[in-house]
Design a binder for this molecule. Structure first.
Ligand code: ADP
Ligand code: ZN
Ligand code: ZN
Length: 745
């Protein structure tokens, strides 16, 4: 018999090995094996197919060892892997590697050095205590060892023991241990599962919903009777999370599991507390901040007979094994961090979640105050159902949004600082009242640019085609693409004469200036520079929530779904800069960012105030923002998307080519593009030189495919793959790195 396996390597396709006779009975799809691969190495691989078809013409190697007694990757996970690799044009190996926690997939094992898979034992959970004592009643030696093992568990607060540890116990002998295993009192397994224990917190049932919320919940439930996916469009603070909690509660009562996806780790703490208060230890938390061993334990617990009923996590948590999945919630569904950028597989977690739900017979609930244009379009055209929740919870008024024309204020010499006079007044009023303020500036560092006053020289990164940002605290220039740091030159390296001036404002300068404007007031800053350390994000949030920080300055991080109770004013500085990216989504992003930031303002008793500083207040987008008019904004965007053939009317596939030699990559990109044009014609755009055309010494060219829905994903895939293999036939292109980003965002 033969087995096809996936190796966790960026290689397309699967590999066939023969199954040694002694494994034939126990081997199954979804189990792990170690196999020899290459001349000297062993890898852990996943079985995807068992068959009797001898592959022709080459030597078939044997599987070396079988690591599992049950499949660790279950059926619909394997189907999901296949879909991801098909749809996102990535290898199955890449998907496998992204899916499994690294300890479950030891790679690159040298011959000789294969670790004898360490064995652990636990007590068969299906046995009652009385059954266990009966089973060893007439075997005093087994009884002694078993008692020792149980004593070990209590002493160490564990429910498993390694072979090494058993050997040290009194009364151990290999024969006694194997009788306990044979009697199925002890279960062996190959990866440690330490008991995950957590203090039980005080529980409360879900809060009763308001009439509005109840209506929304009823509509969601009703929609699920004929739709797989529902979009909940609810204003910021309308109480979407409470609706999720009620839905989860209901699913748990039906014996189903729930996956709750969040766009990023930063949001998990607050939500974990809220969910734990209701669901206690039924929740597993899964994100990049937890270590590999814990990920492995969560995975194994999900396979056990007592899995977590709720998983709260970021995008990678959709790879966990759910046996009874009933619902996937995708919170803040519009967030771009749901799209994996690097490395492959470049999957979109929202869309993959919908596929996962489909494969598991579950439903998907997308939630946002500012839905992505794609999802709203799907809801408008009947693919999803739409449920709307307009009111903020508890009758809190939506904030008042005002524009301040900075160009005009400057001309009239009214801009005495980075803040418009009205914003200054509002902040002062808030401070006097014991309230707080948030200032959004979506650019970190002190100054986005440095320039010589004499010859206009500006510093650039040696490895990337970008100008460097000045960071004052570390007195250095930093490349925001590759993070290389350079000392600040003492004189202009070009003319040796001019003075170096800083241009523009980043969060660091804003913080400094605001601290000077409001002496004696604690100003905090939240951006990726101040939140690098462990727990630093939480510390800043905490200080702000407890009013130790009165004014919080930050990048888009401050707009992310956090619930603050005492913020009277939100100021948005240099709003235009959020709209001027050369990207068809820049207005969508800007709208989302400003509405989300605005949503942080408002208290129960006073109306919140949002001040947007712009040099161009006539831009139509500001009218939609000041009126909080999502529908109007959507209509304006969808017309453009249709006109210029952008999503949701097309699928975008970006093809990136990289090489150290600019001429080579240019030539290669032209050749690849020609090959694609043969079948796809003017759906192929480029190759283009991207805005940042060199990153980390690699020159970049980009080809963009705009695929209308008349062409199926499988057809496009076929065209791309055949173009790539023609392309690879030319030996000159061997060293060119090519990768795909499907549904590029
Ligand atoms: P959203 O997820 O839409 O931003 P939240 O669910 O976070 O809104 O609700 C906003 C605030 O109102 C939170 O502080 C939340 O605790 C509170 N809240 C919402 N619904 C209820 C409810 N039914 N009972 C009590 N408090 C609620
Ligand atoms: Zn760089
Ligand atoms: Zn100069």
């Amino acid at each position: 018999m033969y087995a096809d396996v996936i190796l966790p390597l960026p290689l397309s396709g699967s590999f066939t090995y023969s199954i040694p006779a002694n494994m034939e009975k126990s081997i199954r799809r979804g189990m792990r094996v170690t196999v020899p691969f290459g001349s000297k190495k062993y890898y852990t691989a996943i079985i995807i197919k068992i068959h009797r078809q001898k592959p022709g013409n080459f030597v078939i190697k044997d599987i070396h060892s079988l690591l599992d007694s049950i499949p660790v990757v279950i059926e619909h996970q394997l189907e999901l892997w296949e879909w991801i690799s098909f749809y996102y044009l990535s290898s199955q190996g890449d998907v496998c590697k992204a899916a499994l926690p690294p300890p479950m997939l030891p790679e690159d094992l040298q011959i000789g050095y294969i670790p004898k898979s360490e064995e652990w034992f636990r007590i068969n959970p299906a046995l009652k205590d009385t059954e266990i004592s009966t089973a060893v009643e007439r075997a005093p030696k087994q009884q002694v060892l078993l008692d020792e093992i149980i004593w070990f568990f209590t002493e160490n607060e564990k429910d498993n023991i390694s072979r090494k540890e058993v050997k040290e116990l009194n009364g151990y002998s290999p024969a006694i241990l194997s009788s306990l295993i044979k009697k199925e009192i002890l279960f062996p397994f190959t990866i440690e599962r330490s008991r995950l224990h957590r203090e039980t917190t005080s529980n409360h049932p879900p809060y009763p919903l308001s009439e509005e919320q109840q209506k929304a919940l009823d509509t969601v439930q009703h929609s699920f009777s004929d739709k797989h996916t529902v979009l909940l469009h609810g204003a910021t603070s309308s109480g979407k999370t409470e609706i999720y909690i009620h839905l989860i509660d209901q699913l748990l009562q039906e014996g189903k599991q729930v996956l709750y996806l969040l766009p990023e780790i930063a949001l998990t703490t607050e939500l974990t507390h809220r969910l734990q208060a209701v669901f206690d230890d039924k929740i597993g938390i899964y994100h990049s901040g937890i270590d590999d061993q814990e990920r492995t334990e969560i995975w194994l617990k999900m396979l056990s007979d007592k899995p977590y009923e709720i998983i709260l996590g970021v995008r990678s948590s959709l790879f966990l094994p759910f046996r009874r999945l009933g619902l996937v919630i995708v919170d803040e569904e519009h967030e771009t961090s749901y799209k994996q950028q690097d490395p492959s597989p470049r999957y979109h977690a929202r869309d993959t979640a919908i596929m996962l739900a489909h494969l598991s017979g579950a439903k998907t609930l997308l939630g946002s105050a500012t839905p992505s244009i794609e999802s709203y379009y799907n809801a408008q055209t009947g693919k999803y159902d739409l449920v709307t929740l307009n009111e903020r919870f508890g009758g809190v008024e939506a904030p008042l949004v005002r524009l301040q024309n900075t160009k005009d204020l400057r001309r009239r010499k009214k801009m005495k600082s980075l803040l418009a006079p009205v914003l200054m007044d509002e902040i002062n009023a808030a401070l006097e009242n014991g309230e707080q303020a948030i200032l959004l500036r979506n650019r970190r560092g002190f100054a986005p640019m440095i320039e010589c006053a004499e010859c206009a020289w500006t510093p650039k990164c040696d490895h990337c085609d970008v100008t460097l940002t000045y960071h004052k605290k570390v007195n250095s220039l930093v490349c925001h693409y590759c993070n290389t740091t350079y000392p600040l030159p003492t004189e202009c390296p070009s003319c040796h004469a001019g003075e170096l001036k800083t241009l523009g404002t980043g969060t660091e300068r804003l913080e400094e200036e605001v601290a000077q404007l409001f002496p004696g007031v604690t100003v905090g800053r939240m951006d990726s520079d101040t939140t690098r350390g462990k727990d630093s994000f939480e510390r800043i949030i905490n200080d702000f929530q407890e009013n130790r920080i009165r004014i919080l300055v930050g990048t888009q991080m401050i707009s992310k779904g956090l619930d603050f109770g005492n913020v009277r004013v939100v100021g948005i500085i240099a709003a235009d800069s959020m709209l001027n990216y050369p990207d068809f989504r820049s207005h969508e992003r800007g709208f989302q960012l400003m509405i989300q930031a605005a949503g942080r303002a408002g208290r129960r008793d006073t109306q919140g105030m949002v001040i947007i500083q712009t040099a161009d207040p006539a831009q139509p987008i500001y009218r939609f923002i000041t009126r909080n008019d999502y529908d109007g904004f959507y209509q304006s965007q969808i017309v453009e998307r249709k006109l210029f053939k952008y999503p949701p009317y097309t699928r975008l596939i970006s093809i990136v080519l990289k090489h150290k030699d600019e001429q080579k990559v240019e030539y290669a990109a032209n050749a690849f593009s020609q090959l694609l044009k043969k079948s796809l014609g003017d759906r192929v755009l480029g190759p283009n030189k991207p805005v940042v055309s060199r990153i980390q010494q690699q020159y970049i060219r980009e080809i963009l495919l705009k695929i209308d829905h008349a062409i199926s994903p499988s057809h496009v895939r076929q065209i791309i793959k055949s173009a790539e293999s023609h392309f690879r036939e030319n030996s000159k292109f061997k060293q060119i790195l090519v990768y795909y980003n499907v549904d590029w965002v």
